[in-house]
Design a protein around this ligand. Sequence first.
Ligand code: ATP
Ligand code: MG
Length: 420
Amino acid sequence: MTMTILFVDDELPLQRVINLKFKKKIRSKEWEFIFAQNGVEALEKLREYPQISMVITDINMPEMDGLTLLGEIHNIDSNLKAVVLSAYSDMRNIRTAMNLGAFDFVTKPIDFQDLEVTINRTLEYVERIQENQQNLQYAQAQLINSEKMATLGQLVAGVAHEINNPLTFMVGNLDLAEEYIKNLIDHLQLYQKEFDHPGATIKDHAVVIELDFLLEDLPQIMLTMREGTEMISEISTSLRVLARSDTQVRVAFNIHEGIDSSLMILQHRLKASDQHPNIEIIKEYGDLPLVKCYPGQLNQVFMNLIANAIDALEESNKVHSFAEIKAHPNKITIRTEFLENKTGVVIRIKDNGVGMSAELQQQVFQPFFTTKAVGKGTGLGLSITRQLVEEKHSGKLRCISSPGMGTEFVVEIPIDSGER
Ligand SMILES: Nc1ncnc2c1ncn2[C@@H]1O[C@H](COP(=O)(O)OP(=O)(O)OP(=O)(O)O)[C@@H](O)[C@H]1O
Ligand SMILES: [Mg+2]
């Protein structure tokens, strides 16, 4: 990563010397220098280039001197570190600068070797702080995420449980209702047979209620209602599978059940809308054994990867018409296989969405990295997924992708995975 250094001095020739002395570092993109001639200009540059990691500043300058600048820097970014340049004899200013929070000082005339050492030391310190801060942020986000998942899990499991009671009596009563209706129809038909001249009132009523159609349609209606209850029951089972909170112990788990539950929950995003036809799901399931794992965590992995695939398809749909998408349908292929050496299983989740450049692929596993709009993506999905696969299950996660060609994420889980 290139570190950006702001060099503030009113002596213009110094800029050329800096560029010359550190040309190797600049060429290898290890360092990058931005120059300003006084404090006011320095503050402008700091606002313009938020990637600046450190400031090297002279003390005596027109418009705004280095000491005033030092006082202002912390209002912009409290992580910024400053090194002051000063004549050796100017002990008073150096002391003031240090009191104002300067990280170090280099004496003038500049000894460039000394300056290089000081820059290295300062940048190392800045990097360490940035790293710590990111770790902290990541830990916090993970905590929020796992708390959210736990609360969501409880809520979902609760709802699934609550749905089951009314569902049970609907299913039970449907059986009875079907039987009663069949009996009533039989009974009616008996009447029709035995009394073939029932009189005008009954005949008229039969026309009004469209009796023939009704008798034909009723069994169909009952069938649809039964299918409806079966669907609710499947959703409820999926919710319970997904919300499995047995995160503390590893249990034997049917991976396909986890994938199917994730798909069921994401169903609303797979269905056709006015923007796109439905997303085809192609399942190529192999013959998998049960896998000893944390089911709730693996479900989270499947959810993240499938949700990303849907996002990638939606992104690619933005530049294609409905007809174009229909001709080249959105597809998610999910393939599973039992490794030949029987040590683990592989789950491949592949989409034909926007795909990723090699450069993007380098970044996607970093916490908070996202290309999605603010509020849409947190950029935590893949970093958590990687942690769940690699750390919690001693598995492997990799991706194969190129722009325009779609993306495949490959998850490998040992059949008896222990924590590393
Ligand atoms: N299947 C995919 N196809 C193309 N790009 C992808 C795919 N999966 C992930 N990416 C890229 O990787 C980035 C990071 O993904 P990640 O899941 O970590 O975060 P996110 O999806 O942006 O946000 P969230 O935290 O809500 O998951 C995405 O913003 C996207 O640019
Ligand atoms: Mg995501």
